[in-house]
Design a protein around this ligand. Structure first.
Ligand SMILES: Nc1ncnc2c1ncn2[C@@H]1O[C@H](COP(=O)(O)OP(=O)(O)OP(=O)(O)O)[C@@H](O)[C@H]1O
Ligand SMILES: [Mg+2]
Length: 246
C-alpha cells in the first residue's frame, strides 16, 4: 500500500487511512497502559501477539456468522502488526461480558474473585477517558442519546453470542474466559459489526492447568498487578490458539 494518513493514535493501536476508502489499517503497538493510562509500560511483542490473537478470533466469529470489521491481516508486513479493517463509526460504549467475577465487579460489589456468574453479565461502560469510562445503565444510555433501545438490545444479543463462541473455543485451548470488553461500530449502511480487537489486553484469561491465583493469569492483569512474565503469558495464549486451530 502507498502513502498512508495517520487518522488516530490510541494507547494500543494506530489507525491509518489507505488509498481505498473502504479499508483502514490498524497497527498494533507494544505500548501498554492500565488504570485509565495512569500506569504505562511496554510489553515486548505485544502488538504482534495481539494482532495474531485478534485475527484468529475475528475469523472464528465470522465463520460462526458474526459480522466483524476484519478484512485481512497481511503477513510479512510490519512484523505482523497490521490488520486491515472496514471503517466504522464506533458506538461509544465498551460492552463488557463477565463469566466469572473479577476486577471492578469485585471491587464495586464485594462479589468474591472467581465467582461464576450465571447467566453471564453484559455491562455497558461509556467510552470516555475524561470521565473514566463510567458504568452506564440502559436508562442513562437513552438519556445520553448514545444508542437506540433496539441497538442496545442488538448489542446485548451479539455480545452473548460472541461469548458462547469464545467460551467454547478457549475451553478447547485449556483457557477459562473470565471476562472481556468489546467495541462495536456501524458500517456506512448502518450495519452493526464487531470492531476494535479481542486480545489478552481486552480479555481476562485463566490457564486451566494452574490453580495458583497469580500463576493462572495469562492476560493484562499480569501487567496491572506486576505479576511478571507478561510477554510469556500473552505468547502462551497465542501458542495455545495456534495449536488448537491447526
Ligand atoms: N474499524 C474501525 N473503524 C474506526 N475506528 C476503529 C475501528 N476499530 C477500532 N477503532 C477505534 O480505533 C482506536 C484504536 O486505538 P486504541 O485501541 O489504541 O484506542 P484507545 O487508546 O484504547 O482509546 P480509545 O478507544 O478511548 O480511543 C479506538 O478508538 C477504537 O475505538
Ligand atoms: Mg483500545
Amino acid at each position: 500500500m502507498a502513502e498512508r494518513k495517520k487518522l488516530y493514535e490510541g494507547k494500543a493501536k494506530i489507525l491509518y487511512a489507505t488509498e481505498d476508502p473502504a479499508v483502514l489499517v490498524t497497527y498494533f503497538k507494544d505500548d501498554a497502559t492500565a488504570f485509565n493510562a495512569q500506569k504505562r509500560g511496554t510489553i515486548v511483542n505485544k502488538g504482534r501477539i495481539n494482532n495474531a490473537v485478534s485475527t484468529h478470533l475475528f475469523q472464528l466469529l465470522e465463520a460462526q456468522g458474526i459480522a466483524t470489521h476484519w478484512i485481512d491481516s497481511p503477513q510479512g508486513q510490519a512484523d505482523g502488526r497490521e490488520m486491515w479493517v472496514k471503517p466504522v463509526t464506533i458506538v461509544p460504549l465498551e460492552v463488557v461480558v463477565r463469566n466469572l467475577a473479577a476486577g471492578s465487579l469485585c471491587r464495586q460489589t464485594g462479589i468474591a474473585l472467581g465467582t461464576p456468574l450465571t447467566p453471564p453479565l453484559v455491562e455497558f461502560y461509556y467510552k470516555n477517558d475524561d470521565l473514566g469510562d463510567p458504568l452506564l445503565t440502559c436508562d442513562r444510555i437513552r438519556a445520553m442519546d448514545i444508542a437506540s433501545d433496539d441497538t442496545v438490545t442488538q448489542l446485548q444479543q451479539m455480545a452473548q453470542r460472541i461469548n458462547q463462541v469464545l467460551i467454547n473455543f478457549f475451553n478447547g485451548c485449556g483457557i477459562t474466559l473470565v471476562d472481556f470488553k468489546l467495541e462495536f461500530g456501524t458500517l456506512a449502511d448502518g450495519t452493526l459489526v464487531l470492531a476494535d480487537e479481542i486480545s489478552p489486553d481486552t480479555c481476562r484469561l485463566w490457564n486451566q492447568n494452574e490453580t495458583d491465583e497469580s500463576r493462572r493469569v495469562m492476560d493484562k492483569d499480569r501487567f496491572r498487578q506486576d505479576l511478571g512474565d507478561v510477554e510469556s503469558g500473552y505468547q502462551q495464549v497465542l501458542d495455545r490458539i495456534l495449536a488448537h486451530t491447526s
